[in-house]
Design a protein around this ligand. Structure first.
Ligand code: PLP
Length: 427
């Protein structure tokens, strides 16, 4: 039996079934945007561990920061004996977010950041309900699953979820869901179901991640913010996936010219060392009496995140994200022009790049089967990709922002080749 198969067998015996793995490819080592498995095969990484290794695997600056911290201490608990790196990181995040006077709290995961953002919003507004969006994904704890707008597989068998959560449609032009549709549903909700004065917050991903890389229209987010302000509702931007240079800015909400009340950050913040944060308006953040946790803002996480911020600035990774997006989209649009009935849309926000597969030119007819086949076949030829979307019919590209452009082109060529081949077999 080969090593990957052997590990997969052991994994299935030892790790709960629910913690699934997309590829039975066991990683041995990784450098920047390349991964080698335990059998010595090399892969081009267009996943970045789901938008985490934004500055690449094993970036020397991150590794040095981690080694330096490991020589000093690895834990004291920020709530017992604090340390300078946490203050420095909070100061930097407070400066980076598009919020005038901000404060930060550190946690471990994206889900924990979302949980805490909601707790803070409830404490500040003294209100109990929250609005989120159909197709959203906010994490796997009970509150986060309640907020998440996709039932299967995340919510299956885990209910009931906290009460006081309402979902409204996310505007998606291709699905005939306009800004007006979405905002009218919100206004109807206020008339029919819940008073706006009971709503603590609206939580939104400026670009839906797991939901399919749908980009919120500028007008929509601006009008949503106005409605929130009219009723004293806080706007939480969940930037766990969109944050940290991924969309061509440190935070996707910067493209919208609005000032959110709270931003959640995770994933790419520390490039793989578990760390998340909630950053929000000073007065909002200080409304909550008790926040934190044993590991929140770990010294390794803080040092790594400080190095990540330096790398993003020094290597101009916001602009690099735009360049990666352009190269990928130009390439994929060429393919779309050949198969307009099968590739419904190629879209991107910086280096969040999506290809949507449909049947007969109809967005109501998602082609999840071909999506899965493409991902499987592409992985056999040495490129790692993920799917997303309510129907699993969207391929998402999330390469490290430091990927060598030749390597990106090599990966795109393989994707191209596989799509053409599989399409020609399934006309
Ligand atoms: N919020 C968004 C937008 C996400 O994409 C995710 C994870 O994919 C989460 C929250 C949850 O993050 P974590 O898996 O670190 O708990």
């Amino acid at each position: 039996m080969n090593k990957n198969k052997e590990f997969q067998k052991r994994k299935e015996m030892a790790i709960a079934k629910g913690q699934k793995n997309l590829f039975p490819i066991y990683i041995d080592k990784a450098v920047n945007a390349e991964i080698w498995d335990v059998e010595g095969s090399r892969y081009i990484d267009l996943c970045a561990g789901i938008a985490v290794t934004n500055v690449g695997h094993n970036h020397p600056k991150i590794m040095n920061a981690l080694k330096g911290q490991m020589n000093e201490f690895t834990h004291s608990c920020l709530m017992i004996n604090p340390y300078k790196s946490a203050i420095e990181l909070a100061e930097k995040l407070n400066e980076l977010v598009p919020i005038k006077y901000a404060k930060t709290v550190f946690l471990n995961s994206g889900a924990e950041a979302v949980e805490n953002a909601v707790k803070i919003a409830k404490a500040f507004t003294k209100r109990s309900s929250v609005i989120s969006f159909v197709g959203s994904f906010h994490g796997r704890t009970h509150m986060c699953l309640g907020l998440t707008g996709k039932f299967s597989p995340y919510k299956e068998g885990f209910g009931p979820f906290p009460s006081g959560i309402y979902h409204i449609p996310f505007p998606i032009e291709n699905y005939n869901l306009t800004t007006e549709n979405s905002l009218n549903t919100l206004k109807d909700l206020f008339k029919s179901t819940v008073k706006p004065t009971e709503i603590a917050a609206v939580i939104i991903e400026p670009v839906q991640g797991e939901g399919g890389f749908h980009i919120a229209p500028k007008k929509f987010l601006q009008e949503l913010k106005e409605i929130c302000d009219d009723y004293g509702i806080l706007l939480i931007c969940d930037e766990v996936q969109t944050g940290f240079a991924r969309t061509g800015a440190f935070f996707a909400v910067e493209h919208y010219g609005i000032e959110p009340d709270i931003i959640t950050i995770g994933k790419g913040l520390a490039n793989g060392i578990p760390l998340s944060a909630v950053v929000g308006k000073k007065e909002v953040m200080d409304a909550a009496e008790s926040l934190g946790g044993t590991f929140g803002g770990s010294p390794l996480g803080c040092q790594s995140a400080l190095a990540v911020i330096d790398v993003i600035n020094e290597e101009d990774l916001c602009n690099r994200a735009l360049k990666i997006g352009k190269i990928s989209v130009d390439n994929l649009k060429r393919l779309q022009s050949i198969y307009p009935d099968r590739i419904g849309s190629v879209r991107n926000s910086g280096a969040m790049i999506a290809i949507e597969f449909i049947k007969d030119g109809d967005f109501k007819n998602p082609d999840s089967e071909i999506t899965k086949k493409i991902i499987d076949e592409v992985s056999k030829r040495g490129v790692l990709l993920l799917s997303c979307g309510m129907d699993g019919n969207i391929i998402r590209l999330l390469p490290p922002l430091t990927i060598e452009l030749d390597l990106l082109r090599e990966g795109l060529d393989i994707v191209d080749e596989v799509i053409v081949e599989l399409f020609s077999k399934t006309i």
